[in-house]
Design a protein around this ligand. Structure first.
Ligand code: GRF
Length: 217
């Protein structure tokens, strides 16, 4: 049985599209049952509909600071669709600790930095200002703290001296689109184990390549 997944978005939905595409494969262990947006104008909604995926909009604005009431509406939609796993994909709304705890181990997020470096806003700008030579993207389980939680998968890119936030973010986005479907595959096929703050992967330990940056010579 494929695990039933909800993708939560607020914007353009490129990671959502990568997850939908991966889940088309007959041997993918999860199916995207619904895409939920907290904004009616999220561009990703149209992409989801065009892919034949059910969509729902639960506008968060009218709920103001009442996060619990928004989450009640969200839980109702999740339960209508029999959702077992949530993938946050550019979802720009914070949850209460209660909601996060209820979904602990069943809710993933992607962030465009090598966490725990550069959580929060403008991770690409943070990376450039810090002068790191390698950055990347992280898929992690969601915990109450923002952009933290057991790390499932990371992908790295070299940072170039002439990078801007835009060029770096485009290169990292490619990596995001590769690792998010893989991380979901691992979770949905039961290969992840949570041990305290760490996540381990059954059957990992294949070929590991070093990314060394800057490359000289
Ligand atoms: C991505 O960079 C993701 O890592 C971050 O928000 C952005 C969403 O982009 N959490 P998209 O909507 O998936 O294109």
């Amino acid at each position: 049985m494929k695990r039933r997944v909800a993708i939560l978005i607020s914007g353009r939905g490129s990671n959502m599209a990568a997850l939908i595409e991966a889940a088309r494969a007959s041997d993918f262990p999860a199916e995207i049952a619904v895409v939920i947006s907290n904004r009616t104008d999220a561009a990703g909604l149209e992409k989801a509909r065009a892919s034949g995926i059910s969509t729902a909009v639960i506008e968060s604005k009218p709920f103001g600071k009442d996060r619990a009431a928004f989450e009640q509406a969200l839980e109702a939609t999740l339960s209508d669709h029999g959702i077992e796993v949530i993938c946050l994909a550019g979802f720009m709304r914070l949850f209460t600790a209660e909601f996060v705890q209820r979904w602990y181990g069943r809710m993933l997020n992607i962030h465009p930095s090598l966490l725990p470096s550069f959580p929060g806003l403008d991770p690409h700008g943070q990376a450039l200002r810090a002068g790191v030579k390698i950055s990347g993207a992280t898929v992690h389980f969601v915990i109450p703290e923002t952009d933290a939680g057991p790390i499932v998968m990371q992908g790295a890119v070299a940072v170039r001296d002439d990078d801007t936030a835009e060029t770096l973010s485009a290169r990292i986005l490619d990596v995001e689109h590769r690792i998010y479907p893989e991380a979901l595959r691992l979770l949905a096929s039961g290969r992840l184990a949570l041990e305290g703050e760490r996540c381990s992967t059954a059957g990992s330990g294949g070929r590991i390549e070093a990314l060394i940056s800057p490359a000289t010579g």
